[in-house]
Design a protein around this ligand. Structure first.
Ligand code: FRU
Length: 444
């Protein structure tokens, strides 16, 4: 195994080292852990937009605003303990990150609050209000999560971002939970009797990078987006989440399997700057059925030298196969690689280990090239309905990074801040296809 401090090495010299090194053992194997799979540079090099994966154009400015008075973005349905969409006294519930719609789109993440909606038909949603009583949730603000209903007990998992009580905005991310009670009658749904909010997972620095380790490099930092999952084959219960591979940049050595085959690596040297990409998909197991006690496991997948953010990971089981989905951005690919704002997927016969990219590259859904930022943060329901939110439409040649420099009027008028039309996909083995576009907010 080679260990290279990437900083200060010329790209060409580095590439030479990489090409001549032998295969190495993943630390998870070496320590008798579970199998972590790489999403490789070679996989990503196969990305191609085609009619099976490219979403039709949406005119974001014409979409109905789901929540008058609020921007909403990342959204998740209330699940039952087995991971199906829950129905309580005939009501379905969804949760969304939200912020008052007077806030500039680029600032919404700084004041995100979880609000919920309920619906009888799974399409027309009524805003219920804030999920938690004001001031009770952990973090300065709350980022994405999931929610599971067991009888009339709701278990809400979320990202506590920033440290409550601190004066300035901070970016620390911890995974937290709280349990409460759902109450419903013919007029709607509410939540009450919330117990204590607890931090249930924090990065360990070994498999999952801490904020302090991340700050030693230029890459991003993520420890967020807990998603409930119960393995139907074993009955074991888990949270999946978005992380980054552990260690500071100087401690993370290149391994040839990050690139792909030896042949690919020989022909495509890895640029030195790619070291900053270390996205991973984390998993933690419920210990003894106690939903406040989780054990961190080695990541399901890593995208070292490939991609910096594997967001909102989740698994759907179909035909006894495990389909692992995640979202990523154009600007989160490692140096030398390119991919769209899209949803990516992988398939395996087991929950842990063995994942292969769907459609060869992993790409399942992409925004159309003429409207590359129109939607994001897609989540696949067990019925294979993909729910995402409308992001920025018709930016012409601007990138997402340029949007914040435009006038407030421009920013507001090009921002969706509402659910996008749902998209139905089909899956056959390791291939997926867009089947049809459903109405906005369609869950089931
Ligand atoms: C994806 C995302 C999530 C995060 C949220 C914060 O859209 O980056 O990973 O929880 O947005 O607003």
């Amino acid at each position: 195994m080679i260990r290279i401090n990437m900083k200060g090495l010329a790209a060409a010299a580095l590439a030479a080292c990489i090409v001549t090194s032998g295969l190495s053992v993943h630390p998870a194997f070496a320590q008798g852990g579970e199998q972590t799979v790489n999403w490789t540079r070679e996989d990503v090099s196969k990305i191609e937009l085609n009619q099976d994966n490219t979403l039709p154009y949406i005119d974001v400015s014409k979409l109905e605003k789901m929540a008058p008075g609020y921007h909403i973005w990342d959204t998740w349905p209330l699940l039952d303990r087995d991971g199906n969409i829950a129905s309580y006294k005939g009501w379905k519930v969804i949760f969304s990150l939200s912020a008052p719609n007077t806030v500039l789109p680029g600032k919404v993440h700084d004041i995100a609050t979880i609000r919920y909606f309920y619906s009888k038909n799974g399409k027309d949603w009524t805003l219920g209000g804030e999920l938690f009583p004001a001031g009770t949730a952990l973090g300065q603000r709350q980022w994405a999560g999931s929610a599971m209903l067991d009888g009339d007990q709701i278990h809400a998992f979320y990202t506590a971002t920033g440290r409550e009580g601190q004066a300035q905005l901070t970016y620390e991310q911890r995974i937290a939970s709280a349990a409460g009670r759902i109450v419903a009658d013919s007029t709607g749904v509410r939540f009450e009797n919330w117990g204590q909010h607890r931090v249930i997972l924090e990065p360990d620095g070994k498999y999952y990078q801490t904020k302090e380790q991340a700050q030693q490099g230029e890459g991003g930092y993520a420890f967020r987006d807990p998603m409930w999952f119960k393995d139907p084959k074993t009955g074991k219960e888990y949270l999946l989440f978005e992380g980054n591979s552990g260690g500071a940049v100087g401690e993370r050595s290149f391994k040839p399997e990050y690139a792909g085959s030896g042949e690919y690596l020989r022909q495509h040297p890895v640029p030195a700057g790619a070291v900053h990409a270390n996205g991973n998909i984390g998993i933690a197991e419920v210990v003894n059925g106690d939903l406040t006690n989780f054990k961190l496991l080695p990541p399901l997948m890593e995208a070292n030298y490939v991609n910096e953010e594997l967001e909102r990971p989740h698994v759907v089981v179909k035909d006894k196969k495990y389909y692992l989905f995640t979202d990523s951005h154009i600007n989160k690919y490692a140096e030398g690689l390119h991919g769209p704002e899209g949803m990516y997927g992988f398939v395996s016969d087991t929950l842990i280990g063995g994942y292969k990219p769907l459609n060869g590259s992993g790409l399942v859904l992409a925004n159309p090239p003429e409207n590359p930022y129109q939607a994001y943060s897609w989540l696949v329901t067990p019925e294979l309905n993909v729910v995402g939110f409308a992001h920025f439409g018709d930016l012409d040649n601007l990138t997402i990074g340029d949007v914040g420099n435009q006038s407030p009027e421009f920013q507001f008028s090009h921002f969706g801040g509402t659910l996008a039309p749902t998209v139905k996909i089909s899956i056959k083995g390791d291939r997926t296809q867009i089947e049809k576009v459903l109405p906005q907010g369609w869950i089931k």
